[in-house]
Write a protein of this length. Structure first.
Length: 528
């Protein structure tokens, strides 16, 4: 049987792992490093560079070097998150015909799925070089609070890269697998996961090989990139006050400031102060200007403390959903590179009144858990491991006056099935439109639309008399099936909710073929 890999497709860094002799191992990239920058650069000569090679292009070729693409997967161009981030990146964004966000590289549009696929294809290539044979199957992790569109966009990226995704697994859940695989323990743990672009908190119960997610919460637009941007804002505003020049207008200068900010932030996890020195950041007719600032850890904590504080309401809500108090948590696992920040460790220790686990590598543990899950799915695990995850967002339908009625609440263990009765709002109504939604807002328009279908042929009756049973079913892969049935006539309409990443099957086929994947691997069911 060919090797199955686990991939953590991160906002800033990605990692790939496999299971060897029952132990998860990280596969080094082609430069021998355990993690790969999630960066893709398009050069003037037509080359496409990935990872460290792309990162080195960021200053000399900022407009065509794409980073943090994970934040744009499954997003609409006019969404508040995209409008916010586009002001802080050196590459251009635009709107596709369907409203999705796309990246503009050398005046040509390229989807976030295609760019993510280039990162995944590089990781696939690293694994193939390591094994000396083709790799075609993977388990890929996503933030726990990714919605269905974002999850499907991730799967489409993998398809473009030539990978068959056995399962998409939540990042905190994956980390808990790597933490508790060989531990004969009964524990309740909190996984605090803050990476480059996203934050998740997941509460897990581990009981002799059974991993049960109790509750999850988080923000898909809160991570290390935001910490970097706070430092960037500080440096650019200070420079503007001193010289009257706005560096936001200079893409090259902006990229240099951003790289220096990230470097200083990383250093301040281990040192008390860091010098930011950017000579010749810009010039005018009279002289060249420079940035030379000393940033202390105390200043960094003052600049970014609000971001750390923003994570705690999510922790409190997750505890509330799981009906737990902080003192009922046995261990805290820190995941994601941003979790190395001393202020985060300090505030977590104060909140839970215990020190977080320190011996785990926050950059690698998610990929390790993914490869464990791949072995579970393949039946290769010698010890019994059962993973019970939860649905991160509520599912329901639109009802009268544009309201959203939840049928399956967030943090429900999957697989699950639930039925709720509804009725008609008009006399002799023969048709009911079922609008399937995902989210937490009370109004339908503020949630994510997943599918729409009609139940026709309802028996003639006064308004409020017919009983329409709407059933939601979610399987272990998170696939949603919805049915509506008129109890008096027995008429039933079913739909399998197949979320779209914004790419139609035809568009996805074209991209796969353009990526030079053999046709037999590229065929996609046109009805999907």
């Amino acid at each position: 049987m060919s090797n199955v890999i686990g991939i953590d497709l991160g906002t800033t860094y990605s990692c790939v792992a496999y299971l060897e002799g029952g132990e998860p191992r990280v596969i080094p990239n082609l430069e021998g490093l355990p993690t790969t920058p999630s960066v893709v650069s398009f050069t003037q000569s037509g080359e496409e560079l990935v990872g460290n090679l792309a990162l080195r292009q960021a200053i000399t070729n900022p407009a065509n070097t794409v980073s943090a693409i994970k934040r744009l997967l499954g997003k609409k161009y006019d969404s508040p998150e995209v409008q916010k981030v586009m002001k802080k990146i050196p590459y251009a964004l635009s709107a596709a015909k369907n409203g999705d966000v796309i990246v503009i590289v050398d005046e040509r549009p390229i989807t976030p799925q295609e760019i993510s696929a280039k990162i995944l294809a590089y990781l696939k290539k690293c694994a193939e070089a390591y094994f000396g044979e083709a790799v075609t199957q993977a388990v890929i992790t996503v933030p726990a609070h990714f919605d269905d569109h974002q999850r499907q966009a991730t799967k489409d990226s993998a398809r473009i890269a030539g990978l068959n995704v056995l399962r998409v697994i939540n990042e905190p859940t994956s980390a808990s697998l790597a933490y508790g695989l060989d531990k004969k323990i009964n524990q309740t743990i909190a996984v605090y996961d803050i990476g480059g672009g996203t934050f998740d908190i997941t509460l897990m119960e581990i009981n002799d090989g059974i991993f049960h997610a109790l509750a999850t919460n988080g923000n898909t637009f809160l991570g290390g990139e935001d910490f970097d941007n706070h430092i960037v804002d500080w440096l650019i505003e200070d420079f503007k006050q001193e010289h009257g020049i706005d560096l936001w207008e200079d893409k090259l200068a902006l990229q240099r400031v951003k790289e220096a900010s990230e470097k200083a932030k990383r250093e301040l996890s281990f040192t008390i102060e860091s010098e930011i020195n950017l000579p010749f950041i810009c010039s005018d007719e009279d002289a060249s200007m420079h940035i030379q600032k000393m940033l202390t850890r105390k200043q960094l904590e003052k600049l970014t403390g609000d971001l750390v504080d923003r994570t705690f309401p999510f922790i409190e809500q997750a505890l509330k959903d799981a009906k737990l108090e902080p003192d009922k948590i046995d261990e805290i696992i820190l995941v994601g590179g941003q979790s190395r920040m001393p202020l985060i460790k300090k505030k977590i220790a104060e909140f839970f009144k215990m020190e977080p686990v320190e011996h785990l590598n926050p950059d690698e543990i998610v990929a390790m858990g993914a490869c464990i899950q791949s072995s579970i799915l393949q039946g290769d695990m010698t010890n019994l491991v059962v993973l019970l995850d939860v649905t991160p967002l509520s599912l329901g339908i639109e009802t009268e006056n544009g309201r959203f009625t939840k049928i399956i609440d967030k943090n429900t263990t999957i697989p699950t099935k639930k039925t709720m009765p509804f009725t008609t709002v008009e006399t002799n109504q023969r048709r009911v439109r079922v609008h399937v939604l995902q989210g937490e807002d009370d109004f339908a328009e503020n949630n994510i639309s997943l599918a729409v279908f009609d139940l026709v042929g309802i028996a003639l009756a006064p308004a409020g008399v017919p009983q329409i049973d709407v059933s939601f079913e979610i399987d272990a892969d998170g696939l949603v099936r919805v049915s509506a049935s008129d109890t008096s006539t027995g008429r039933t309409q079913n739909i399998e909710v197949k979320p779209s990443s914004g790419l139609t099957p035809e568009e996805l086929n074209k991209i796969i073929k353009r990526s030079a994947i053999p046709p037999d691997e590229a065929d996609i069911d046109e009805q999907a």
